[in-house]
Design a binder for this molecule. Structure first.
Ligand code: ATP
Length: 262
């Protein structure tokens, strides 16, 4: 459902993402993790047609996002980290606009159901510009979910949500994947990723440090650094970063020795 092959993005001389490959199947919830500046949003922006790859290909539902943008865009819902919503529209107007674009059947009843789910019913006829940050985030989530897309792409979904809404959203994404859809999300919340993701990629400065199920990552880090089965994703994550640092120091030291010899 999502295919990223050899995706590289350079901004001038800076390589933000370097030869990234992964795929997400229907029924899977996939996590893209990494520190600040790792390249998560840059990858998501390529997948949703906002930042053109320098090289490599990104495909959604079998369509190349950059060669067949209309087909690809019809197949995914996108929840950006900072959603832009038309502030002068009410939530109902905005959601009806989205629903009509995607030809959602029985859209009025669906919007009512979604507003109720997120406790927004009494605000549904107020302009979105009067909403709190979390309320806007909920509207952006509804807008992406309303067409029931085969692929859902989500950048940092929990920022600004209260604990109740965060749990609802977690269940929503898991349920979406369990109904055969593909869900790709980036998050800094390792407990969230541990609770819901089937598979993960950990990025650092544009390169993959580890990829696979949590158990596979445990094995990967355990073999190299003496970890034990059952380690939390947080421990695994920090081990991957520590190993990367150790490798870099070793490489620098070796280069220093070579320089000295040369
Ligand atoms: N438009 C741009 N122009 C130049 N550099 C950019 C641009 N967008 C991103 N970058 C650089 O690409 C790298 C990856 O940024 P990106 O936003 O993808 O990171 P991220 O993993 O989403 O980080 P965060 O967790 O902080 O949101 C960073 O070094 C960033 O400075």
């Amino acid at each position: 459902m999502i295919e990223v092959s050899g995706y590289t993005k350079r901004f001038g001389k800076h390589t933000a993402v370097d030869g990234l490959s992964f795929s997400v199947r229907g029924g899977e919830l996939f996590g893209l993790l990494g520190s600040n500046g790792a390249g998560k949003t840059t990858t998501i922006r390529a997948l949703v047609g906002l930042t053109r790859p320098t090289s490599g290909a990104v495909r959604v539902a079998g369509y190349d996002v950059w060669a067949q943008p209309l087909e690809a865009k019809a197949a995914f819902g996108y929840i950006p980290d900072r959603p832009y919503l038309y502030g002068k529209l009410t939530a109902r107007e905005l959601l009806r606009f989205v629903g009509d674009l995607y030809r959602v059947p029985d859209v009025g009843a669906q919007i009512d159901r979604w507003l109720e789910y997120f406790r927004l019913t009494e605000y549904g006829n107020e302009p979105v510009e009067t909403y709190s940050h979390g309320m806007r985030q909920k509207v952006a989530i509804i807008a992406a979910m309303l067409p029931d897309p085969p692929v859902l792409i989500v950048d940092e979904p929990m920022v600004g949500l209260d604990p109740h809404a965060a749990r609802q959203v977690r269940e929503l994404f898991r349920g979406h994947a369990d109904r055969g859809r593909a869900v790709l999300l980036t998050t800094h919340s390792l407990p969230l990723a541990e609770a819901v993701c089937d598979r993960l990629v950990v990025l650092d400065r544009g390169r993959v440090l580890g990829a696979g199920t949590l158990d596979e990552l445990r094995t990967q880090t355990g073999t190299a650094a003496g970890g034990v089965a059952g380690d939390s994703l947080e421990r695994v994550f920090f081990r991957l970063l520590e190993e990367e640092q150790a490798n870099e120091q070793a490489a620098r030291a070796a280069a220093g020795v070579n320089d000295a010899e040369g």
